[in-house]
Design a protein around this ligand. Structure first.
Ligand SMILES: [Zn+2]
Length: 165
């Protein structure tokens, strides 16, 4: 694990230069490494109380992972999601929410089975996927729905990696 949740910020080790960055749970645009300026993965835990600021007010696409500690398929899909959040750093924010601790969010999105993955932009649902899927299927699903343009500030010369063999 490259991240540790701690209140409203997370320490993220930059995949490009290994610098440690303190990344806020909510911010405009997408976080960049303070050292090398490349986008860093944005993975945040949230709850009912913070959902609006962390998800609805985000200016980048958000993948909401509704999970629970007792859910085996959730534990299988979680590493794939973290890998995709790293590959799509700067273009995607991954937000994890524990269904057991988030009755309001579960109601709002009519979550009946987990994992439920909800792709959102500007507070609107773009698409929803229920159940676990392998990383390559999740990657195709995400890239089909993500805007192609970079939504963050000034782009550096380092596009995110595409599909790998
Ligand atoms: Zn860096």
């Amino acid at each position: 694990m490259s991240t540790t949740a701690k209140g409203h910020s997370t320490v993220v080790v930059c995949p490009h230069c290994s610098a440690r960055n303190r990344v806020p749970a909510a911010a405009r645009g997408a976080p960049r490494c303070g050292n090398c300026r490349n986008p860093v993965p944005w993975i945040v835990d949230t709850s009912d109380a913070d959902f609006t600021t962390v998800v609805d007010e985000a200016t980048v696409p958000v993948l909401v992972d509704v999970w629970a500690p007792w859910c085996g398929p959730c534990r299988m899909v979680s590493p794939a999601l973290e890998q995709l959040a790293t590959e799509l750093a700067g273009r995607l924010k991954l937000v994890k929410i524990n269904a057991d601790e988030a009755p309001e969010v579960s109601r709002r999105f009519e979550v009946r089975a987990i994992p439920t993955l909800i792709l959102m932009l500007h507070g609107q649902v773009i698409d929803k996927q229920i159940g676990a899927a392998p990383a390559h299927a999740l990657r195709s699903w995400l890239t089909a729905h993500l805007p192609s343009e970079d939504v963050g500030p000034a782009r550096v010369n380092n596009p995110p990696p595409g599909d790998r063999p």
